[in-house]
Ligand binder design. Structure first.
Ligand code: UD1
Ligand code: CA
Length: 465
């Protein structure tokens, strides 16, 4: 097969989104809709991938900077789909092969369908092959005018006669083009139509007149060519995608207690026999092992959870690693750069940031552990705070194996609590505590005998006067 090149149209304004953001950057089930299109293009193994940008071009280019090898061409102003393709002419000077044209707002198209389109294009020896669909409601779309296997023309809804509007086969806006005759033919397209735009669809009639073959492939799954034009369609598309991911998880042995409220980004993996409660989001680059239990209202972002992990209700876990058998929550906040080692526990109202909590260590209640390295089998009492910030820089706290930190202690960093040491409850520790020692840093208690009785007596005399 000849080399394949992909061109993605994404210059349009997306008027109906009512947005300052380019339409193709709006998220479908957690990712910009154009990412789906670019991933499909990548899966096709195309020789080059180019995006036509226009409306909010700077914003779009910046957002796509992470896609390696992507080329951009600017269409300014946006005068229609044929005009958009023409902007890429210089890039394809002297290049032969097949150009696959995609729309940045059609996210569900699969690489399999594109493969079928290319195969059909080759087999038909066509100059252009159009991906079409037969739909119940064709309104708004360009209609396909056919003569058996050959396409005679495409007529836009606005320009169609009543009889033509009755045609249910529509143009998806996705095509395979032989590169050689493409750009000279595009130059012939005029803008004498309802929208005063240069319609790419006029290419069909031009090719017919030149005796070139224009073919069409009807998609099996018509949802693959659904485009997004409004926020309502955006939400419906997200639901479709989430629905598919939920079904895939359940097929892989994951229990979803309330599937409709489980939100999983693409690429997230979950092991078998894990149970996910209502209102759980697993986002970004997240993986969850087997037999884990994630209770309701939990959000996990860019984190790796191993097997048998429990996350109790209403926790936020970001950019962290939770090893086998770890338990977190309820109401815990695990911030980026944290590592909770096997069997460790973080309880309610505990915030952990850039901290390693060693094997079997516990911080069960109301604590802030930031920039700390905590060894194995350490007990962090309720209300413990690592004072990691002195107003200028962040400092580390080191707590070695087997340490016991009494409740309501402040550990003013930088500070080290040596192996097996104890810190007395209510201490403000400003100096390191040696291994095996007791660190106690609080004012001595004084008991004033009979003080309450004296106070009452004093009040009595006050009232009489
Ligand atoms: C187009 C087709 C129509 C088809 C429909 C499928 C034409 C003339 N019509 O209509 O037959 O049924 O798609 O959805 O091609 N774009 C640019 N620059 C422009 C104009 C558009 O880059 O100047 C991009 C848009 O961002 C979008 C795509 O091209 O990604 C389609 O444009 P749109 O305006 O939505 O075309 P339709 O009128 O829907
Ligand atoms: Ca459209």
């Amino acid at each position: 097969m000849p080399a394949t090149h992909v061109l993605v149209l994404a210059a349009g304004k997306g008027t109906r989104m009512i947005s300052a953001r380019p339409k193709v950057l709006h998220h479908v089930a957690g990712a910009p809709m154009i990412d789906y299109v670019l991933d499909t293009a990548a899966a096709l193994g195309a020789a080059t991938r180019t995006v036509v940008v226009g409306h909010e071009a700077g914003q779009l280019r910046a957002a796509l900077a992470g896609h390696a090898g992507l080329r951009f061409v600017l269409q300014e102003p946006q005068l229609g789909t044929a005009h958009a393709v023409r902007q890429a002419e210089a890039l394809f000077a002297g290049v032969t092969g097949t150009l696959v044209l995609l729309s940045g707002d059609v996210p569900l198209l699969s690489a399999d369908t594109l493969g079928a389109l290319l195969a059909h294009h080759e087999a038909a020896g066509a100059a252009a092959t159009i991906l079409t669909a037969v739909v119940n409601d064709p309104s708004g779309y360009g209609r396909i005018l056919r003569d058996g296997d050959f396409v005679l023309g495409i007529v836009e809804h606005r320009d169609a006669t009543d009889a033509e509007r009755g045609i249910r086969e529509i143009n998806s806006g996705i095509y395979a083009f032989d590169l050689e005759p493409l750009f000279p033919a595009l130059a012939e397209i005029a803008s004498n139509n309802a929208q005063k735009e240069y319609y790419l669809t006029d290419l069909v009639a031009i090719y017919r007149r030149a005796g070139r073959t224009v073919s069409a492939l009807v998609v099996d799954r018509e949802e693959e060519i659904l485009g997004i034009n409004s926020r309502v369609e955006l939400a419906a598309m997200s639901q479709r995608v989430w629905q598919a991911r939920r079904a895939a998880l359940m097929s892989a042995g994951v229990t979803l207690e309330d599937p409709a409220t489980t939100y999983v980004d693409r690429g997230v993996s979950v092991g078998a026999d894990t149970v996910i409660g209502p209102g759980v989001s697993l986002l970004g680059r997240t993986s969850v092992g087997a037999r884990a239990v994630i209770h309701g209202g939990v959000r996990i972002v860019d984190s790796a959870l191993s097997d048998d992990v429990t996350v109790l209700d209403h926790c936020l876990v970001v950019g962290s690693r939770l090893a086998d058998g770890v338990s977190v929550g309820p109401f815990a906040h695990i911030r980026p750069g944290s590592e909770l080692c096997a069997g460790s526990r973080v309880g309610n109202f505990v915030e952990v940031k850039k901290t390693k909590l060693g094997r079997g260590s516990k911080a069960n209640h109301l604590a802030y552990l930031g920039d700390a390295t905590i060894g194995e089998k350490v007990n962090i009492g309720a209300g413990t705070i690592t004072c990691n910030y002195d107003g200028v820089s962040k400092n580390r706290t080191v707590i070695e194996d087997g340490v016991f930190i009494g409740s309501d202690s402040q550990l003013v960093a930088p500070v080290t609590i040596g192996e097996g040491a104890y810190v007395a409850a209510g201490s403000s520790i400003t100096k390191s505590v040696p291994a095996g020692a007791l660190g106690i840093a609080r004012s001595k208690q004084v008991n004033k005998e009979g003080w309450v009785r004296l106070k009452k007596a004093l009040r009595g005399t006050e009232k009489k006067t």
